[in-house]
Design a protein around this ligand. Sequence first.
Ligand code: ARG
Length: 446
Amino acid sequence: MVLYRRWGSEKDFVSTYTSSIDSDKEIVEEVKIVMKAHVIELYLSGYMTKDTTKRILLAINSFHELKEGYEDIHEALEDHIIKTVGEEGGWVGFGRSRNDHVATALRLKMRKYLIEILYDLISLRKTLIEKSKTSTEILFPTYTHFQPAQPSTLAHYFLYIEDELATIWNYIYSSLLMVNRSPLGSGAIVGTNVKLDRKREAELLGFDDIIYNTISATSSRLDLINAVSNLSLLMLFFSRIAEDLILLSSMFVNIIKLPDSHVSTSSLMPQKRNAVTLEVLRSKAGECFGDLSSLFNIYKGLPSGYNLDLQEMNKHYWDCTKIVISSIEVINSILEGIEVLSFQLNDKTTATDVAEDLAITGIPYRKAYMEVANRIRAGTFISEISPKTSIYKKAVIGSPNPELIKEEIKIKENRIAEEENKLKQYEEKIIGKMNELKVIEDDLIL
Ligand code: ARG
């Protein structure tokens, strides 16, 4: 059963310790498809007969169960192919190494997840736009240093979240473009004497390009780390929003009500509405940074070229990725359902408006500011400006003024539509190429 090791029993403590079978469960389909591309390339470049190619492709399709006792999925699949096809199946090892194959499979999987995440973020951004349309006049506090700052609206807060997500969307999209490059055909480290057409292999798998240098193709994980790093930035931002919502819904502040489905009570204190979903999200952000930190720390001391340490990085890609996918869903549902309670905005939050009004009549701002500050200190400050008037007074784009917000919403809607379109076209290009691989496969199998 064991193909590559010449010592030990089939499953001993050493192979259990060093095997990646567990984390390989994540990439079964990707490893199979990479193997198909390799086998088809061996056929197209004239090394393998049509009949052998057909039998190997059928064997790959019949590989379903990832059994224990192998070093990894690559050994398990090769063993399955040889057992199914016979000695001829051994051609699959020609011109290939697990090093280029795993690097390729990881990129395919990350590509799939990144596309999913980008779509999920588009829907979250659309939720925020829709919610902001109906909340341009709903008063909402702002705070700096967590002290009441100036009046704002819920729409302004939603659009702030959208703004940050738009930035992060673009970070993730650009990491997708880097991930979508093919290491296939680069062998263990210096390529192979087998005349494989690396560019054709890349096309078959829907990659945009190849990673040229074979050392980098087989042993770099920078693009994957970069993807996790951008996903961590998303969690970093989500964690701040979670913190906002936990504080604002706390009975001390009591400005928003979280959806009932996202709070739970105490087994002892019946009055509690604990923001449990957000607390878990805040901690999962920490877990993601832990994954990123593991990736950095495993990677930093590795000499160039493949080392088995790289295998130990794999689970961290998927751990963080899955946290991100579930967190987007959670945040979406919470933002969809939050309610602003009736609350009293501190009337001093319009003190800046009063000072600005004075300055607009010609008093230098510092003098106007001091005048208002003195009144506040003396306890004689009474603002004639209501929070709502304050909001309508805002004159700069990006502020909570409902008139200006309408423009902002239109701009954002267009931008989201453009980005969604760009993503769709990108995905369709990939699907198109993968379909071509399927057509070649079906043609050979028939
Ligand atoms: N299982 C490994 C991984 O997931 C690939 C195996 C490479 N092994 C080797 N001896 N070169 O990264």
